[in-house]
Design a protein around this ligand. Structure first.
Ligand code: 13P
Length: 261
């Protein structure tokens, strides 16, 4: 059974004070949210502890935005999976297109990071997505399948809750140009079909696949109404409670409509 996961990727935004303010407001704002909607915030590394503290006792959870593919040692500037685990961080984004574009991330390094996260009990949010040139060249399916094969090459999945996949078309990130619900659904179906072939129908049907790319309060409903869209990875619109909270409330309405009791 899949619920809705609404993850906010803050990227390199906010400071200590605004992290605290946001998280306190979030804890307050989600008090009445159904258990079927999971709010996750991914602040920059220095503010993970603050966010954890401010969200303690609330239903919201905290994610890191990246992790080292090494465990420890002389890797200046890096943060390891055991370090994140020692803070109690339950999720970590890996393979984001901005890391692929600016920091040399490849499917191979995503795979290595995934292995480190798994051994620390942290759930990865694995990002895949095609560029505009690839979409225009009708290579979307090929690109997504290549990324999936590479990122999951040696990964076994026995618990569908132990991994989250995010489909983020690069051309929709920060551009205001969202994939249409139909375009997103088509790729989500492709991903779920690949998961079923690779890991079996039961894993595929329970694993969450999020959409990311200019998700906003005014387009989130139609995206979440798609059969295979199980939530969103939200950039810009996750930075203010004015935008993020209404998106959580929309998810809440949809979950309640699905499970009326
Ligand atoms: P935007 O929502 O700002 O387009 O960013 C999406 C994203 O990259 C989330 O990881």
């Amino acid at each position: 059974m899949r619920n809705i996961i609404m993850a906010g990727n803050w990227k390199m935004n906010k400071d200590a004070e605004s992290t605290l303010l946001f998280c306190k407001g979030l804890a307050e704002g989600i008090r009445d949210l159904s258990a079927g909607v999971k709010a996750i915030v991914a602040p920059p590394y220095p503010f993970l502890g603050l966010a954890l503290e401010a969200l303690k006792g609330s239903a919201a959870q905290v994610a890191a935005q990246n992790v080292s593919f090494n465990s420890d040692g002389a890797y200046t500037g890096e943060v390891s999976a055991p370090m994140l685990a020692s803070l109690g961080i339950p999720y970590c984004i890996i393979g984001h297109s901005e890391r692929r574009q600016y920091h040399g991330e490849t499917d191979q390094t995503v795979l290595s990071r995934q292995i480190k996260l798994a051994s620390s009990g942290i759930t990865p949010i694995v990002c895949v997505g095609e560029t505009l040139a690839e979409r225009d060249a009708h290579k979307t399916a090929q690109v997504i399948l290549t990324q999936l094969k590479g990122c999951f090459e040696t990964i076994t999945i026995s618990d569908p809750q132990s991994v989250i996949i995010a489909y983020e078309p690069v051309w929709a990130i920060g551009t205001g140009r969202t994939a249409t619900p139909e375009q997103a659904q088509e790729v989500h179906t492709l991903i779920r079909t690949w998961l079923a072939q690779r890991y079996g129908a039961a894993i595929a049907s329970d694993l969450h696949i999020l959409y990311g790319g200019s998700a906003k309060p005014d387009n989130i409903r139609k995206l979440l109404e798609q059969e295979d869209i199980d939530g969103a990875l939200i950039g810009g619109a996750s930075l203010t409670l004015e935008q993020y909270l209404p998106m959580l409330l929309t998810a809440n309405e949809l979950i309640k409509a699905r499970n009326p009791k």
